[in-house]
Design a protein around this ligand. Structure first.
Ligand code: GTP
Length: 597
């Protein structure tokens, strides 16, 4: 297509406001897919994604639309909707010239939409506001119009009305995309410069990278170079993205496409990297490349120790299509051989755990997650601590630094009080408070990352009835009073339950963890002391009294085969137990930390 006939756009919407349904209608209206091919929500094709209601991996799809006697090429680039994946969102936006701001007529603007809207404005995207679900009983069209005008300062007549369910207004949306979103700029004859905004793993063909060409032309058979990784490949296949991959001879400036080079590991294809030609390279890479770094670390161990090798194979396969996942072998006295893994955030960690279980049928134990600390020893050594066991002993330790973030929260004024209480309680400092509109306020805090990793997002949602957006960026390390807290069972340390925690939190955390373990550990034939300690100092303690449990008692002595069955069952149960010194610990006890409120 000629560059002036290309339009690149994305859809910014709060969860459930109808992004997937609208995407379906656009594809249908432009005959990109037939009714027969239409399954509900074609863009969310991972089962997991559908259940979680978020788009985990972004995709792109191309449509053709006839308007005013010309054929336009429209590239819809999908964006993920969770802070764990905010870098991917920023790259997807960087590939677009415009965005549909989709708002549910019955809900109005939800704060979550706002931070992505601001990101879009930062990238100078043309915003087309669309009020969706106008077919619904409770549609508040005028009110929502006012909110939108307040927020982006547009004219009332700029706002489109639509129903992604009935298809009303869909044609107007397509027209607006053509008329209002500027065509891309770029020179098809300049040296190649293409931005990778996403990739996908295909077990037969390897990694498929999705890119937007800013300048130049990418042809099948070209020798290409990925600027930031410095690696070179052959462009075995290039093409456009429809419902399936459609090979083409070339992809020119302004357009969106895919490339297959036989790369087998997702970690070679970095979102944000620039593709250029080996023989005629561009002068510079596209700005904004960042190495995505894991923010949260936890151990993953097989439930049955003999499954370690199998787990390792699964982790390696998983890593092939999840470039953000890192792992290395770890040994725990309590859990045996396993892996210390790095994740983008808690959601990413959950996804990895679920994929291991569902796709790879592994039963795993995940240990207490922690952020990455920096410890300095008295000898001036610097140690990166991703695991409590790596923390130097108090005698050798000079100081510890922990990662801080800048948090942006957008909410309604009536929730300011709740949010202040929540954030100050999480060791946050208020940096700025500012009204975006009379009914919308932005709060900026600096907070330790570790405080938001666990349950911050859930708490924020419940404190604001879901009416708060949250976004964060790392701002570096600061000195902090971090201690290592150990759990002892009858005097034996359980390494898998150790945690790195701020001193001011240790006492309460230790007490709650001991209480929780008391609930989770079965009584045994002797007393069990559960203790929390910092170094040699005990800060909390619970006891579980002894019990002589006669499992066969309810069999009334008589029936031998029933008795045997019961004993076998008990043995089976023991497999899932881990022996710590004299104490048997069930698998779920290792998850106790996550169950503390
Ligand atoms: P996530 O994938 O969770 O981000 O949601 P989404 O924004 O993609 O929303 P989705 O398209 O899944 O729509 C959410 C719900 O609203 C679905 O049950 C849709 O059927 C319904 N829905 C979407 N658009 C309309 C509409 O115009 N009218 C009505 N009545 N329902 C709609």
């Amino acid at each position: 297509p000629r560059i002036e006939h290309i339009r690149n756009f994305c859809i910014i919407a709060h969860i459930d406001h109808g992004k997937s349904t609208l995407a379906d209608r656009l594809l249908e209206f432009t005959h990109t897919i037939s009714e027969r091919e239409m399954q509900e929500q074609v863009l969310d094709d991972m089962e997991l994604e559908r259940e979680k209601g978020i788009t985990i991996k972004s995709h792109a799809i191309q449509m053709e639309y006839e308007f005013g006697g010309k054929t336009y090429t429209l590239n819809l680039i999908d964006t993920p909707g969770h802070v764990d994946f905010s870098y991917e969102v920023s790259r997807a936006l960087a590939a677009c010239e415009g965005a549909l701001l989709l708002v549910d007529a019955t809900q109005g603007i939800q704060a979550q939409t706002i931070s992505n809207l601001y990101l879009a404005l930062d990238h100078d995207l043309e915003i087309i506001p669309v009020i969706n679900k106008i077919d619904m009983e409770g549609a508040m069209i005028d009110e929502v119009k006012e909110q939108i005008i307040d927020l982006i300062g547009c004219y009332e007549e700029d706002i489109l009305l639509a129903s992604a369910r009935t298809g009303a207004g869909v044609e107007q949306i397509l027209k607006a995309i053509v008329q209002r979103i500027p065509p891309p700029e770029g020179d098809p004859d300049a040296p190649l410069q293409a931005l990778i905004f996403d990739s996908m793993y295909n077990s037969f063909r390897g990694v498929v990278a999705y890119y937007r060409v800013f300048n130049g032309t990418l042809r099948k058979g070209d020798k290409v170079k990925f600027v930031n990784t410095g690696r070179e490949y052959d462009a075995d296949e290039v093409g456009i993205l429809r419902l399936r991959l459609e090979p083409r001879d070339q992809i020119t400036a302004g357009n969106v496409g895919y490339i297959i080079t036989g790369i087998k590991s997702a970690s070679e294809v970095r979102v944000g990297d620039t593709i250029t030609l080996v023989n005629n390279p561009c002068q510079e890479a596209i700005k904004g490349f960042e190495e995505v770094k894991p923010m949260v670390f936890a151990g993953i161990f097989p439930v049955n120790t003999e499954d370690y090798e199998e787990l390792r194979e699964c982790m390696e396969k998983l890593k092939l299509n999840d470039a953000a996942l890192t792992f290395e072998p770890e040994t725990s006295q309590a859990l045996g051989f396993g892996f210390r893994c790095g994740f983008l955030g808690m959601l990413h960690m959950e996804i990895v755990q679920e994929r291991l279980e569902r796709e790879f049928h592994q039963s795993v134990i995940t240990t207490v997650p922690n952020v990455s600390f920096i410890a300095y020893t008295t000898k001036g050594e610097k140690i990166i601590v991703n695991n409590p066991s790596e923390m130097p002993d108090p005698g050798r330790l000079s100081r510890v630094e922990e990662p801080f973030i800048r948090a942006q929260i957008i909410t309604k004024p009536e929730y300011i009080g709740n949010i202040m209480t929540l954030c100050l309680g999480k060791r946050g400092t208020l940096i700025n408070q500012h009204y975006l509109t009379p009914t919308r306020v932005e709060l900026i805090f600096e907070m330790p990352l570790t405080e938001i990793v666990f349950d911050f997002y859930d708490k924020l949602k419940s404190q604001t009835r879901g009416y708060a957006s949250f976004d964060y960026h790392p701002i570096g390390y600061r000195e902090s009073d971090i201690v290592k807290m150990d759990i002892l069972l009858n005097g034996d340390k359980v390494d898998a339950l150790s945690a790195l925690i701020h001193r001011s939190r240790a006492q309460e955390f230790g007490r709650k963890l001991c209480e929780k373990l008391k609930e989770l550990l079965p009584r045994q034939q002797f007393q069990i002391a559960i203790q929390a300690a910092i170094g040699s100092k005990i800060i909390a303690r619970e006891n579980i009294s002894a019990l002589r449990k006669d499992v066969t008692a309810k069999c009334y002595g008589g029936d031998v085969s029933r008795k045997r069955k019961l004993l076998e069952k008990q043995k089976e149960g023991k497999k899932r137990m881990r022996q710590i010194g004299s104490v048997e610990v069930p698998q779920e006890a290792f998850l106790a930390v996550l169950k503390i409120n």
